[in-house]
Design a protein around this ligand. Structure first.
Ligand SMILES: C[S@@+](CC[C@H](N)C(=O)[O-])C[C@H]1O[C@@H](n2cnc3c(N)ncnc32)[C@H](O)[C@@H]1O
Length: 298
């Protein structure tokens, strides 16, 4: 079979299974098998696939037909200016989370010379693939990052990513419930970043199959109203933040007012929400002026 015929067959197979952008995904997977970028494929349309190439292509197409996300099949996803390895152990980093990374990096850069010289301390709560912790460690080279997750599987992937990207020496991955791994360790962080699970439990069943059936439920389920993690972060962040500490959070659709109110009620000031590229309120930043119960920075 020629590459052109294989591509047409795979596209039809993916279309039958309701895969969005079937032609694109079929071409990307063929490019993967042939070791060529998708846009170069027309040059190889008359190439006769070997039996091994046909079998490899069919296996990848079947995975996509089962609505496994393309990124899990390819094994990586671009984030900011680097690639993270991704698989079913962690959420695929989303473009809107790059805005959170940019915001967190800007907050870190705006901190006093004194703080930066002493070495910024940053927490990434619910690190997943490690994308945020790694982006921050790469951009703020004086920072140490503590990255937490309840999932040991996600942490193993995040560690692998940090090692590959050369920041493992400055990112510590710790397992536990939200802020719990940071309490009692004597660490007061200057900046707390989180993209927590925020989808209301009742909406999980209606998600796109790729997300619902393949991404970890722990990464998605935000409880009855989607706000469980924000409640815990608002009420629990004080003790882990240094004096004049900042938080930067990603928000789910329609959650800005409720999350803002939670943080204001917990004593945060300068609570600001900024939109994503679609104009949706997506990132919230806030400041906690007083010292946390951990006191000053160690
Ligand atoms: C929405 S994902 C974000 C992953 C990654 N930070 C990103 O932005 O792509 C939320 C992450 O929080 C973790 N998580 C969920 N509940 C948690 C909890 N109670 N304590 C710690 N981590 C939790 C999940 O395992 C998941 O990795």
């Amino acid at each position: 079979m020629t590459a052109r015929e294989a591509l047409a067959r795979a596209t039809a197979r993916l279309e039958v299974r309701g895969v969005p952008d079937a032609g694109h995904d079929a071409a990307v997977l063929l490019g993967q098998v042939l070791g060529r970028p998708r846009l170069e494929l027309p040059l190889y349309y008359s190439w006769r696939l070997s039996p091994a190439e046909s079998a490899a292509y069919e296996a990848l197409v079947e995975r996509r037909a089962g609505r496994e996300p393309l990124q899990y099949i390819l094994g990586s996803q671009g984030f900011m200016d680097f690639e993270v390895l991704v698989d079913g152990r962690a959420l695929i980093p989303r473009p809107e989370t790059e805005l959170l990374a940019e915001k967190a990096i800007a907050l870190g850069r705006a901190m006093s010379e004194e703080r930066r010289a002493a070495g910024l301390r940053v927490a990434d709560v619910g690190t997943g693939s490690g994308c945020l912790a790694i982006a921050i460690a790469r951009a703020l080279t004086e920072a140490r990052v503590w990255a937490t997750d309840a999932s040991e599987l996600a942490l193993a992937l995040a560690r692998q990513n940090a090692e590959r990207l050369g920041v493992a020496g400055r990112v510590e991955f710790v397992r536990g419930d939200l802020l719990e791994p940071l309490l009692g360790g004597g660490v007061a962080v200057d900046l707390l970043v989180s993209n927590p699970p925020y989808i209301p439990s009742g909406e999980l069943a209606g998600l796109q199959e790729e997300v619902r059936d393949h991404e970890p439920r722990l990464a998605l389920d935000g409880g009855l109203d989607g706000l469980d993690a924000y409640r815990a972060l608002a009420s629990g962040a004080g003790p882990v933040l240094a004096r004049d500490g900042r938080v930067a959070l990603e928000l789910g659709y329609g959650q800005a007012a409720a999350v803002q109110a939670l943080f204001e009620a917990a004593g945060f000031t300068a609570v600001e929400v900024s939109p994503d590229l679609a104009g949706l309120s997506r990132i919230m930043t806030a400041r906690l002026a007083g010292p946390g119960t951990n006191g000053d920075r160690p």
